[in-house]
Design a protein around this ligand. Structure first.
Ligand code: NAD
Length: 311
C-alpha cells in the first residue's frame, strides 16, 4: 500500500500516519498538509514523505495521487465556530477541496477514505443518529461536510471510485490542540484544568457528546484501507456512548484528584444539544474494534498534556 494522507500533520492525521507505519502492508506514506492547523512536530519519529502544500493546489494533488494506491482524506478547516466566522473559507477547503481530491483520484482510482462529521445530522430529534436519518446541518461546517460526503458517493456511482466516507463524532486524544480559540471541548477543559483555571463551559453543561478515542478511529480507518472497504452510505465512527459535559468534568476531576471549576459562558451558536451515534453499521463492518473507555482515553490525554503543556 502506498498511502496519501491529506491533513496528515493534524491531530487525527498524525495518529493515522503512526498507525499506518506500524502495519506491514503499508509500503509508503505521503502527507500533504498546508500546516494551517497541523504541526510538523506531530509527525516526529514517523517515517513519511511530508509535502507542505494545499489540497487546493490541483497540480500538486494530481502528482501525489498518481503515486498512491490509497488516499485518506482528513485535511479540513475542522471547526463549527470557525465556519460561522468565515463560511467561504470553510467551504473552499471542506467542500471544494474535497472535490479536488476526488477529481485527482478519478483516473487512477485509488481507494479513498473520507472524514465527514456528525454535524451533518444537526439537531435531529432521534436519540441516536443512524445513517439513514435525514441530514440537516446547522452550520456551514456541517453543510460543507455533507457536500463532501455527497460528492464522494457521487464519484463512486459516476466513476466507480472506491470510497468510504466516515462520520466522525467527537474524537479526542493526545496531540489535539488547545492552543487556538476554536479548541475542541476535551483539550480546552484539560488544558485549563491543568493550569488551575476554570474550564470554559458553554451553556448548562447538560449537552452531551459521543466521545471517541483517537486510536479507535485510526484502527477502523487502517482496517478499512487495508481491505479496500466501500459503502453506499457514510458510516458513523463512534460507539454510541453519551457523555454530558458535566460528567466529563467529573471524570476529569477524578483523574486530577481535585475539583474542576467552571466559567459559565453562553451557548455557542451552531452547537448541537445531544450527539450520540448509532454504532450498528460500524459494529457490523468492524466487529473486532472495541471502544476505549472515557476514563482510560482521558487519562492518557491528561498525561500527554502534563508532559507537553508549557505552564
Ligand atoms: P486538525 O485541524 O488537527 O487537522 C486538519 C489538518 O488539515 C491540519 O493538519 C491542517 O493543517 C490541514 N489542512 C487544512 N487545510 C488544508 C489544506 N487546504 N490543504 C492541506 N491541508 C490542510 O483536525 P482533526 O481534528 O485532526 O480533523 C481531521 C479530520 O477529521 C477533518 O476532516 C475534520 O473535519 C474531521 N473531523 C474531526 C472531528 C474531531 O472531533 N476531531 C470530528 C468530526 C470530523
Amino acid at each position: 500500500m502506498r498511502v496519501l494522507v491529506t491533513g496528515g500533520a493534524g491531530f487525527i492525521g498524525a495518529h493515522m500516519c503512526r498507525a499506518l507505519a506500524a502495519r506491514p502492508e503499508v509500503g509508503h506514506i505521503t502527507v500533504l498538509d498546508d500546516l494551517s492547523s497541523g504541526d510538523l512536530t506531530n509527525l516526529d519519529g514517523v517515517e513519511a514523505t511530508v509535502v507542505t502544500g494545499s489540497i487546493l493546489d490541483r497540480d500538486l494533488l494530481t502528482d501525489l495521487v498518481a503515486g498512491a494506491t490509497h488516499v485518506i482524506h482528513l485535511a479540513a478547516r475542522p471547526s463549527v465556530p470557525r465556519s460561522l466566522a468565515d463560511p467561504l473559507a470553510s467551504h473552499a477547503v471542506n467542500a471544494t477541496g474535497t472535490l479536488h481530491v476526488l477529481e485527482a483520484c478519478r483516473a487512477s482510482r485509488p481507494h479513498v477514505i473520507l472524514a465527514s462529521s456528525s454535524s451533518v445530522y444537526g439537531d435531529s430529534s432521534a436519540p441516536r443518529k443512524h445513517e439513514d436519518l435525514p441530514t440537516r446541518p446547522l452550520s456551514p461546517y456541517g453543510a460543507g461536510k455533507l457536500a463532501a460526503e455527497a460528492y464522494a458517493l457521487a464519484y463512486a456511482h459516476s466513476y466507480g471510485l472506491p470510497v468510504l466516507p466516515f462520520r466522525f463524532f467527537n474524537v479526542y486524544g493526545p496531540l489535539q490542540s488547545a492552543r487556538h480559540a476554536y479548541a475542541a471541548v476535551i483539550p480546552a477543559f484539560v488544558s485549563a484544568a491543568l493550569r488551575g483555571e476554570p474550564v470554559p463551559l458553554h451553556g448548562d453543561g447538560l449537552q452531551s457528546r459521543d466521545f471517541t478515542y483517537v486510536d479507535s478511529v485510526t484502527r477502523v480507518l487502517a482496517e478499512a484501507a487495508a481491505h479496500r472497504m466501500t459503502s453506499a452510505k457514510p458510516v458513523n465512527l463512534a460507539f454510541g456512548t453519551l457523555v454530558s459535559l458535566r460528567h466529563l468534568m467529573g471524570v476529569l476531576a477524578e483523574i486530577l484528584g481535585r475539583p474542576v471549576e467552571e466559567t459559565c459562558l453562553p451557548p455557542r451558536p451552531g452547537d448541537i444539544r445531544h450527539s450520540q451515534a448509532s454504532p450498528h453499521l460500524l459494529r457490523e463492518l468492524f466487529p473486532d474494534v472495541r471502544p476505549v473507555p472515557l476514563e482510560d482515553g482521558l487519562r492518557t490525554t491528561v498525561a500527554w498534556f502534563e508532559r507537553t503543556q508549557v505552564p
